[in-house]
Design a protein around this ligand. Structure first.
Ligand SMILES: [Zn+2]
Length: 243
């Protein structure tokens, strides 16, 4: 098979055998794929120091049925600004793990690639924030076809708008208007506006999540995302320690 070159971000790393690593990439043209980096544990130089989590690089690989063969990597950036703060590392690690867990193997999505690049660039140049994490989550869910049903009541279909709605665990993220259910956790009108507003722009920093909105959106998104995952994300514990 012929080797292929693609732009890639490293979204997962795992030690393998005595001296190798299994590297998971999210590539622009080929989606998520994994390969064995032979000798990567023995020598950092073997891949030019480019095999770090959330490193951006040009990847040369040979496609195969299972793991691809990694021929060479050419680092583009390691996002040095992110690596100066624990919050930045926690948020970038979470974003990578979320993409690794939710993107189907080898399904290309240029929009998701651009979103992850934009988020890493943002984390590289500005302090991490919970609002921008939720902005990233909303856009990721939307791109991958898991958009939460926030516009209308899941029971009677009434538009929710300014009034907001309520939700309960285990109901696929559906919201109820006040006429259909008086119980449950709230997603107020301001929270709905911020969450839906996040889908109208791809630019970080354009949607502000206030404190009350952060609490409501955070609880809802964590529940909604975990309901769509096979297993809990390892990076969530680390992320919860950061502001
Ligand atoms: Zn209703």
């Amino acid at each position: 098979m012929q080797s292929v070159i693609d732009e890639a971000l490293i979204i997962g790393l795992m030690d393998y055998r005595e001296s190798d690593r299994i590297v998971t990439f999210f590539t622009r043209e080929h989606g998520r794929l994994s390969g064995v980096a032979r000798g990567a544990r023995r020598s950092v130089k073997r891949f030019g120091g480019g095999l770090e989590l959330f490193c951006r690089l040009n990847l040369s690989f040979t496609p195969g049925d299972g793991l691809v063969r990694i021929n060479d990597v050419e680092p583009v950036t390691i996002y040095p600004g992110i690596r100066t703060s624990l919050e930045g590392i926690a948020h970038a690690g979470y974003a990578c793990e979320l993409v690794a867990a939710m993107s189907p193997e080898r399904m290309a999505s240029q929009r998701l690639f651009r979103l992850l690049v934009a988020y890493l660039e943002r984390l590289d140049s500005a302090a991490a924030s919970r609002g921008e994490r939720h902005f990233f989550e909303m856009n990721l869910l939307n791109i991958l076809g898991y958009r939460p049903p926030l516009e209308s009541c899941c029971s009677c279909g009434a538009p929710l708008g300014d009034e907001g709605g309520s939700w309960r665990r285990g109901l696929d993220g559906g919201l109820f208007c006040s006429g259909c259910s008086a119980n449950g956790r709230r997603l107020g009108g301001e929270t709905l506006a911020a969450m839906l507003g996040s889908l109208r722009t791809g630019r970080f920093g354009h949607v502000v999540y206030t404190q009350g909105v952060l609490a409501e959106a955070g609880e809802y998104l964590e529940e909604f995302i975990s309901a769509n995952l096979q297993r809990p994300l390892k990076s969530l514990g680390f992320l919860r320690l950061s502001p």
